[in-house]
Design a protein around this ligand. Structure first.
Ligand code: CAA
Length: 388
């Protein structure tokens, strides 16, 4: 095996696994039905240090490496993908961006309530007409003394309703393309920040996805992350980390679907024997296991590059592309193995299939990941690889 996990990484995985199976998994199907946000679970996750995993202890975090984080996120996704996406956006995109780009004062002010779980973070980049092409966003931030006035609508914002703090990007200079975009931290309760339409989604139903509307929303200039014009770079670097997180979610859901399929195949009988005895089924199971292992290695490899401080943009996109497409194949096969029962809500594989569908779409579609990877190939004139 390429990766030998350290004792600390194994310990973190075991701890999150135990928590996930005891606390997160039991209510997942019911929350999917009722769309109830897992607020209490997230509070416990904050107490246990799962909401500031990669943030150093001086800002209230755990100081864990990215490998530990993706292992933890996979374990939560195994139990409930809706809880995992909240954890993923909060840790990889929001906390890491503030830690990476924030001033000392901003880190002290914003990270403590995030790492403790008092506030959940959201990230507002996408707009109704700017999804894959966020440079075309039109939300504006106009400077007025020591404040900015934000106007515009953000769409498909994970935890838009239940977050306490949002990183939002907006145009500070319309003439400057991506260099005219800046990023701001906006706290909930700021006048002019309104939660708009909530989506009624196919999957991840316990995680809210909403519009966020900014109507003459005054934000202190002290809340701007980085310099004016840094917003696009802040978003892109955040998404590099976020995309390893989506790979981790994919691996977690795929493992859950795989385990359910194996369990079912061992007990279901047709033609006078367990269906696990049929070679046709065993080959499907073997292919599923192989694909999950390949995605896990890509995920760990991208995480290891990030931990070593190397440029990992292409590897994050490869991990996200392969793992998100893999989990869609795996969950479809898991339903097929369950036959008619897999199409009912009596078996979890039906939820896994719905939850996984968005993984090839959010944090950059599969097509966007192929653009990122191919840009690296033509720019660097070689296949991006993790081993030198
Ligand atoms: N890291 C650092 N800088 C980066 C970067 C990266 N990964 N990617 C691009 N940049 C920089 C470039 O170097 C360039 O800077 P300079 O001009 O200084 O050289 C600048 O950004 C512009 O780069 P491009 O010209 O390549 O930008 P582009 O407009 O062609 O777009 C893209 C590139 C990869 C297609 C990008 O637009 C993209 O990733 N689109 C998808 C957006 C996305 O993933 N949205 C998901 C929404 S968030 C979400 O889903 C979260 C959730 O809630 C679950």
């Amino acid at each position: 095996m390429l990766f030998k996990l350290t004792d600390e990484q194994l310990m973190i995985r075991a701890m999150v696994r135990e928590f996930g199976r005891k606390v997160v998994a039991p209510g997942a199907a019911e929350r999917d039905r009722t769309k109830e946000f897992p607020g209490e679970i997230l509070k416990k996750m904050g107490e246990l240090g799962f909401l500031g995993m990669m943030i150093p202890p001086e800002y209230g975090g755990e100081g864990a490496d990215t490998i530990s984080y993706v292992l933890a996120l996979s374990e939560i996704a195994y139990c409930d993908a809706a809880t995992a996406v909240v954890m993923s956006v909060h840790n990889s995109i929001v906390c890491e961006s503030i830690h990476r780009w924030g001033s000392e004062e901003q880190k002290k002010r914003f990270l403590a309530p995030l790492t403790s779980g008092e506030k959940i973070g959201a990230f507002a980049l996408t707009e109704p007409h700017a999804g894959s092409d966020p440079v075309r966003q039109i939300t504006s931030a106009e400077r007025d003394g020591d404040e900015y006035i934000l106007n515009g609508t953000k769409r498909f914002i994970t935890t838009g309703k239940n977050s306490g703090l949002v990183i939002v990007t907006a145009k500070t200079d319309e003439s400057m393309r991506h260099k005219g975009i800046s990023a701001f931290v906006v706290e909930k309760g700021t006048p002019g920040l309104v939660v708009g339409h909530e989506e009624d989604k196919m999957g991840l139903r316990a995680s809210d996805t909403t519009d966020l509307i900014f109507e003459d929303c005054r934000v202190p200039a002290a809340n701007r992350l980085g310099k004016e014009g840094d917003g696009f770079k802040i978003a892109m670097t955040a998404l590099d980390g976020g995309r390893i997180g989506i790979a981790a979610q994919s691996v977690g859901v795929a493992r859950a679907a795989f385990d359910a399929a194996v369990k079912y195949a061992k007990k279901r009988e047709q033609f006078g024997q367990k269906i696990s005895k049929f070679q046709g089924l065993r080959w499907i199971i073997a292919d599923m296991a192989t694909e999950i292992e390949a995605a896990t290695q890509l995920m760990l490899s991208a995480a290891a590059m990030k931990d070593r401080g190397e440029r990992y943009t292409a590897q994050a996109s490869m991990a996200k592309l392969f793992a998100s497409e893999m989990v869609n194949r795996i969950t479809a096969k898991a339903i097929q193995i369950h036959g008619g029962y897999g199409f009912t809500k009596d078996y979890e594989v039906e939820r896994f299939y719905r939850d996984a569908r968005v993984f090839t779409i959010y944090e950059g579609t599969s097509e966007i990941q192929r653009i990122v990877i191919s840009n690296h190939i033509f720019k660097d004139k070689r296949i991006p690889r993790s081993s030198g």
